[in-house]
Design a protein around this ligand. Structure first.
Ligand code: BGP
Length: 461
């Protein structure tokens, strides 16, 4: 039996833009996703846009009963900045009432809400002013965070500022997957810096309010780097990949300091962002209480054959290594490597002072899951059960070695909309039928999760 503590948090994660629907209704203003879909609908899988995501706005009551039925004791979602503060300053009463009711109902049903503030959905009004490239974004976010803490702090005790801050930086300013799809390393670094400062200012506002039992953290996507070989060059590529993708955020938010090595590399390559005098102290004084780590895949790296000096892209420091014998999820194209979760657990213990942390996302997206329906209509997603088990096995090992992990959340509870991929790959414990009023149907993995939670673990024969 792989047993977890009785207090362990079991649940799932989602986000406002991917689940709520009603994206331009009930007083909400447009985010970059709403506008981008208007500007370039062809970029989105089967033209599925952010407007009609899984309709949690109307269906949260039933969904919470479903969570309760599975025995989930926690759930993460986010607030849409554009729903709460459509113009950045004025509270939308309907939006505030919706979140208040949603969070209180979770709590009343024994499902601890973990509420995140930013999940890639920047307000359009802020984008028009330059988005995360302008320092104004830092104070705008701090105001939004303070408003959310004041409104919902009595109910919500676990807060996170950003989900995967690296993603809006690299997808928006390096690789073209998110709006504004700019490719510019220096601008990406500035966006990253302002994101970090926005996080830090939100933590500062949180501390000022002294919310009883309140805890605040950050959620990072973690893809630990593994080098192709032990050569000096490949090891350096690994070090730089971790420096840019892991230590860049974990060090300042946990230890209160941006790694000196990262500052050197950035300066040497003419990428230094504009900063303000008080920033260093602010970073130092506003560290977090806990960390969430979203783990899907490792990062295999090797040294680049040719590098530009100064660097023009991260690929001047490290490039992907296509490991020939890797296991892969063919639908998403991501490598499956559960062992990394043990390494991550050890990293948190050894390099990050064993700060409390949890797996804030882990899961498997599969296309055309209706193929696996049995005669009763239930999707027999054995592959998802195996995936979760394999990852939990490694996590359990890490906890036994003393890593301070307090929970595990899958992505996701009910199938949800996925950015450019729409509803292609499904991750949920519940199938969502988008053709039929977003009807939910339990999958086999949901039943399995229920037993797992009941038994505080699973038997590992
Ligand atoms: C994470 C994001 C989620 C979610 C998930 C699955 O990186 O936090 O928003 O979408 O990945 O990825 P995808 O939807 O791209 O398949």
């Amino acid at each position: 039996m792989r047993e977890f503590s009785k207090a362990f948090l079991w649940g799932a994660a989602a986000s406002a833009p991917q689940t709520e629907g009603h994206s331009l209704e009930n007083g909400k203003s447009a985010s970059t996703w709403d506008e981008w879909f208007k500007l370039a609908p062809k970029k989105f899988h089967e033209h599925q846009g952010p407007k009609d995501t899984s309709n949690v706005y109307e269906m949260y009551h039933e969904d919470i009963q479903r969570m309760k039925e599975l025995g989930m004791n926690s759930y993460r979602t986010s607030i849409a900045w554009t729903r709460l503060l459509p113009d950045g300053r004025t509270i939308n009463p309907e939006g505030a009432a919706f979140y208040q009711s949603y969070f209180a109902e979770l709590k009343a049903n024994g499902v601890e809400p973990i509420i995140n503030l930013f999940h890639f959905d920047l307000p359009w009004w802020l984008m028009e002013k330059g988005g995360w490239e302008t320092r104004e974004s830092v104070e705008a976010f701090a105001f939004y965070a303070k408003t959310a803490f004041e409104l919902f702090g009595d109910t919500v005790k676990y807060w996170t500022t950003f989900n995967e801050p690296l993603v809006h930086i690299e997808c928006g300013y390096l690789y073209g997957y998110h709006y504004p799809a700019i490719v510019d390393f220096k601008r990406a670094v500035q966006v990253g810096y302002h994101t970090l400062m926005a996080h830090v200012r939100a933590v500062e506002e949180f501390r000022k309010l002294q919310i009883e039992e309140g805890k605040i953290g950050l959620i990072l996507n973690i893809s630990p780097a593994y080098p192709k070989s032990q050569s000096e060059e490949d090891l350096k590529a690994k070090e730089l990949a971790d420096l840019f993708n892991t230590n860049s955020f974990l060090d300042p938010v946990v230890h209160g300091e941006i790694p000196g090595k990262l500052i050197d590399v950035i300066k040497e390559n003419g990428l230094a962002p504009i900063t303000e005098k008080q920033d260093r102290l602010l970073i130092q004084e506003n560290t977090v209480d806990f960390i969430g780590l979203n783990y899907y895949q490792p990062r295999r790296v090797q040294a680049p054959e040719i590098s530009h000096v100064p660097a023009e892209m991260p690929s001047d420091f490290y490039v992907p290594y296509d490991k020939p014998d890797k296991r892969i999820n063919p639908y998403r194209g991501w490598e499956i490597y559960p062992e990394a979760l043990f390494d991550v657990a050890m990293m948190m213990k050894e390099q990050y002072g064993n700060i409390p942390w949890y797996v804030s996302e882990n899961g498997m997206g599969v296309a055309e899951e209706e193929r696996f329906r049995d005669e009763n209509g239930m999707i027999q997603d054995e592959y998802r059960i195996d995936f979760i088990k394999e990852h939990l096995r490694e996590l359990h090992k890490g906890i036994q070695e003393g890593s301070n992990c307090f929970g595990y959340h899958t992505w996701t509870f009910v199938d949800c909309w996925s950015w450019l991929n729409g509803y292609r790959n499904r991750y949920g414990f519940y199938r969502v039928d988008i053709e039929n009023n977003f009807k939910r149907t339990l999958k086999k993995s949901g039943l399995w999760y229920k037993t797992l939670i009941e038994q505080h673990g699973f038997s590992d024969k």
